[in-house]
Design a protein around this ligand. Sequence first.
Ligand code: SF4
Length: 154
Amino acid sequence: MPKKPFYSEGLYFSCIRCSACCRYESGYVFLSKTDVQGLVQACKMEYGHFAQVYCRWVSMGGGHERLSLKEKAGFDCIFWSDGCTVYRNRPLQCRTFPFWASVLSSQATWKMAQSGCPGMGQGEFHSGEEIEACLAEQQAEKLISRKNSGMRGV
Ligand code: SF4
């Protein structure tokens, strides 16, 4: 019988909105079509203008690129200004942290992420089923990518 994942009995997490994961360090916020639709609506912009102002293409190797949000100087998220300015429409990647496959791959990876996030290990209880549903949602959501040039999915 396969071993149950360490989070199967549930985990505690409540974001305390400290913004540590939105600022100071370089990172990528990859976007799905649904994410972009929500952000375009929040920004009241046409897609082309939105992409130019807020997005960048990130090389993933093998001639593929993924669409990500830009960062400001100092690595703050482009939408960070005394807090998240698009919180209601924030991308799936932001909404599902810390229940990401990379963070949940082992207790060690969870602990490592916990060292940078004071919300992990406290607050609201999330059942194993809830966490699995969160992972499934991420797997089902196709991220916007392109090969060479020409956008797909938008
Ligand atoms: S580091 Fe954790 S607690 Fe702080 S904003 Fe990010 S998710 Fe919330």
